[in-house]
Design a protein around this ligand. Sequence first.
Ligand code: 5GP
Ligand code: MN
Length: 335
Amino acid sequence: MQNSSQKIKELVDQAQAIVITSHKSPDGDSIGSSLGLYHILKSWGKNVQVVHPDPAPEFLHWVSGQDQISDFETKSEQASEALLSADLIFCLDYNEPSRVGDAMQAVLVASSANKVMIDHHLHPADFCQVVISETSACSTCELVYKWLKEINRLDDLTETSGACIYLGIMTDTGSFRFPSVSADTHEIIADLIRRGVKHYLIHESVYDTNTVDRIKLRGYALSEKLVCLNDIHVAYASLSEAELKKYNYQKGDTEGLVNQILGIQGIKMAVLFVEKDGKVKISFRAKGDYFVNELAKTHFEGGGHAYASGGISTENLEKTVEKFVTFVKDFIPKA
Ligand code: 5GP
Ligand code: MN
């Protein structure tokens, strides 16, 4: 990491126009790492913009700088222009260009800028000149922090940029509980709090801002749509577009629901199928000796981490679930 860290610092020093990108369907880590780095580079006097494939869900709108993000869905011209005129592009929290979606991928690949990847997903693709890829890291935010430490610039972290880093670590670790959390992670958190980060406000902003519709949608999914395949320790729920509409679905309303399903006693794999725009978005979670990334990759055009993956299906909801029930048996440990 040391070598790459210095190279990245040199690229930043030479750059005239920097763009920070991250993956589709923003989460705490993609927003946190993008905006944390954005605030740092701004404080260094750099010309920097953040370009994301699509807008952030409402529970992340409070993050400082979020109104500065140009997204490809609502500001495609501005976003394209920024990518094409950049001389340095950061690719944060994704491991292959397809993770930014078709429209943005075409422009990202066409851009002649130097590209830097900072990421913690398995199997990084070869599309960046400098890569920090640590699959054991709990989050990309942790890696951004470690990059600052390597280049001796930790003191540039402020309460504002520190809050962004805290956000990504908190959300990608399920609030500091997954196996990916290390002693280093807690030391980083302690340092962020010493730098003035108000951890309680971040937890509150992310987790205690449910709308009544969101709570009811989640209650409905868990009480009416949950299926437990107890013999193989798998549980899943599915939500159709019509069901989402009934509860006035807003982006982010099903965030974390799959983790609640994984919280059922005896369940080692949880899956949530959500029908959106004629496709089915699938979230996979696992624990213990169950893993989900190969299943997501083999049958659902996806991937991710061993214990948290995602994928997509273009078949209808019913067929997608049927397909999952057929294939899941090949991806559970043999007794
Ligand atoms: P989520 O279920 O929260 O949408 O995604 C969980 C994890 O799976 C993400 O952190 C990401 O690593 C991965 N992931 C989600 N969707 C996709 C996808 O469509 N393709 C790939 N390769 N990974 C995904
Ligand atoms: Mn992440």
